[in-house]
Design a protein around this ligand. Structure first.
Ligand code: 6R9
Length: 658
């Protein structure tokens, strides 16, 4: 176990509050307690039944699981289907075309209401437009968009023609976008002139221009949505306005029926080394599990619920629980463009009241931020429509859990704390709202059809009250199929720690009841506001600056964001550097800006400490544990494995002088 997780481990031994669902809720819930046994009795049969019930297949599958090339598992491999048909057309064909699919709320107060029938037309038009721009089945398309309805249309249009999308979060820099476009060999980019964030228009297209100007890409066209009306540079022949090609296109479009194992998308996420991993997912298994979990975990009633997941589509939560899960289930959902405090700190709660939101899915960092702003803000709005609350992205501390339940959920709405990852594609461990007696802070139990275990160092399952590493010991439908272009890294990262078993990279513990508590990452991945960042990636960004000789980055616990990035840097001395400012603050600001440019604003260190030495083991590994002690103002722990045990006192003395 990494020692970073130990303080948390202490706390949770004392949690004995329990919140069972009300009898009324349990009676109307989509899923009952029997589901666990039914799924366990015939796990593959259970998933096959979900795949048949929740999806339309153009060619029905006869095989459920293909494990002949494990760990590259295949699900429903001989079936054929189309993701966009399942997310949209199917509902129109079933007579639900008038149902609202998207209640879109722009940050600037603009709003749009899009029915399934309208969405079907938009997706078909965009699919025809992409085809006319030369995008074919199997080609990759990079998507760099704000939270506008066109983002959802763009993903589905790609899916409709079988072109895997690679969404790059709009907060990432041109450099980050460039490396992702190169890695996926994207043929086209879909972007916007800009989007609204915190009350002003922030441009996006310049980052695409800068990324493509770096060269080496296979991009032929850039399709540009006009959102802000801001000025944009234009490359004739390459750039195309969305409004010049999409609205004019035909609404007639035959979906491209693909094999269940056809790649649906690539999504890059941070790993333990500097290079982001292109996690890729395929079609049939992914849709099956996102739809099943969305229905079971949120107790979705498509006819009456108004669902809202606050995640950006740039993250896996946006893919699985804004785009695919809810739309395959025919849900009506709110999509909000902006930040929770624009134009005022009650914006989210105003939206809940305005649309009568019944299911809210958000992240602990957002809940903690709202806690900080004070409960009088949500108290001004009618939140009584809310009946299920979800949490995702990091462990939710019991205090935030209790606040979420009491202040937002009116002390009645069940909370589902959902554990999963970009790699798992869909929720894996979570209470079921009509079944589980919820415990503040614990994700509790693997879902029906999922097998998860906590293993010790030797790969043996541990018992109640014990901790270790979270592992998934059986394949699941929405599992990643690989790292794009890097089969070796896939095998190495996930399947080598415990051969044949998926290693999640999270520490976990069972309590005395056998419920699972997540304890944070055991590798060098940080979790800042629910976003995964790699220590190595930020270190590489820092040392790419000419002033920096060496850098070490740690995630220090932070009340609001869960973890915060803290960097320790050694500056270059001597004559090599002539432009180093005298003023330490100027150095720090420049380096923060440099990281922001290399990766994106989310990766900017909260603090940068200039030091003369870094603590290293004899084998040269930086001992981040000790730096974390410093970053969190703790007494520094055991230094006996350091090559030079005096280093820590030097660092601390140096810091005191500043
Ligand atoms: C969906 C998503 C995955 C990592 C994961 C874990 C942390 C996510 C959590 C949670 C405790 C939860 N995580 N949900 N930890 N409780 N309910 O967040 O995917 O961005 O890939 O991050 O997030 O550490 O390994 P992703």
């Amino acid at each position: 176990m990494s020692d970073a997780t130990e303080p948390t481990l202490e706390n949770l031994l004392h949690e004995n509050r329990s919140f069972p669902p009300s009898a009324e809720f349990a009676a109307q819930a989509n899923v009952d307690a029997g589901e666990y046994d039914r799924a366990a009795a015939d796990r593959l049969g259970f998933w096959a039944e979900q795949a048949r019930e929740l999806l339309d297949w153009q060619t029905p599958f006869t095989t459920v699981l293909d494990d002949s090339a494990a760990p590259r598992y295949g699900w429903f491999p001989d079936g054929r289907l189309n993701a966009a048909h399942n997310a949209v057309d199917r509902h129109v064909a079933a007579g639900n075309g008038d149902r609202v699919a998207i209640l879109w709320e722009g940050e600037d107060g603009e709003s749009r209401r899009i029915t399934y029938a309208e969405l079907a037309d938009d997706v078909a038009r965009a699919a025809n437009a992409l085809t006319s721009l030369g995008v074919g089945t199997g080609d990759r398309v990079a998507i760099y968009l704000p939270m506008v309805p066109e983002a959802i249309v763009a993903l589905l249009a790609c899916a409709r023609i079988g072109a895997p999308h690679s969404v790059v979060f709009g907060g990432f820099s041109a450099d980050a976008l460039h490396s992702r476009i190169i890695d996926a060999e994207a043929k086209a980019v879909i972007t916007a002139d800009g989007g609204y964030r915190r009350g002003s228009a922030s441009p996006l297209k310049p980052a695409v221009d800068a990324a493509l100007a770096k060269g080496g890409t296979a991009v032929e066209h850039v399709l540009v949505v006009q959102r802000t009306g801001g000025e944009v540079e234009w490359v004739e022949g390459r750039d195309v306005w969305w409004h010049d090609v999409v609205p004019q296109a035909s609404t007639e479009h035959e979906p491209v029926w693909v094999d269940a194992e056809h790649p649906l998308f690539i999504l890059y996420t941070s790993g333990t080394t500097g290079k982001p991993k292109g996690i890729f997912h395929t079609t049939g298994g992914y849709l099956t599990q996102t739809a099943y979990t969305h229905r079971a975990v949120f107790d979705l009633k498509p006819e009456t619920d108004v669902y809202w997941c606050t995640a950006d589509i740039g993250w896996i939560t946006g893919h699985s629980y804004v785009v695919y899960g809810p739309l395959v289930n025919g849900a009506t959902q709110v999509v909000y463009e902006g930040t929770p405090d624009t134009p005022h700190k009650g914006r989210w709660w105003e939206i809940v009241q305005k649309y009568g939101v019944t299911i809210l899915y958000t992240a602990p960092t957002a809940i903690r931020t709202c806690m900080k702003w004070g409960e009088d803000i949500p108290a001004k709005f009618d939140l009584s429509s809310l009946r299920v609350l979800g949490s995702v992205g990091e462990p939710i501390n019991p205090e935030a859990w209790m606040w979420y339940r009491r202040v937002i959920g009116g002390d009645t709405a069940p909370i589902v704390d959902t554990w999963w990852q970009t790699e798992t594609g869909a929720i894996m461990i979570s209470p079921l709202p009509g079944v589980t007696a919820a415990k503040p802070g614990s994700a509790q139990v693997p879902l029906p059809g999922i097998v998860a275990k906590v293993l010790d160092d030797a790969g043996q399952p541990v018992g109640p009250g014990q901790g270790g590493y979270l592992a998934l010991t059986e394949p699941w439908p929405s599992m990643l199929r690989g790292i794009w272009g890097d089969e070796k890294r896939f095998a190495q990262t996930y399947w080598s720690r415990f051969p044949g078993t998926y290693f999640a990279g999270d520490g976990a513990k069972y309590d005395e009841d056998g419920d699972v508590w997540l304890l944070g990452r055991v590798d060098d991945v940080m979790n800042v506001s629910g976003h995964r960042l790699s220590t190595t990636e930020i270190e590489s960004a820092l040392v790419s600056h000419p002033w920096v000789a060496e850098a070490a980055v740690v995630g220090a616990s932070d009340e609001t964001t869960g973890q915060a990035v803290v960097a320790f840097v050694i500056l270059r001395g001597g004559d090599e550097v002539t432009d180093l400012p005298e003023d330490g603050e100027a150095v720090v600001q420049t380096l923060r800006g440099h990281v922001g440019q290399a990766i994106g604003p989310i990766a900017k260190p909260r603090s940068i400490l200039v030091v003369n030495e870094l603590p290293k083991t004899r084998s040269g590994k930086i001992m981040r544990r000790l730096l974390r002690d410093v970053a969190e103002n703790r007494e520094v722990g055991d230094v006996t494995t350091l090559a030079d045990s005096g280093v820590m006192s030097l660092i601390q003395q140096g810091l005191k002088k500043d």
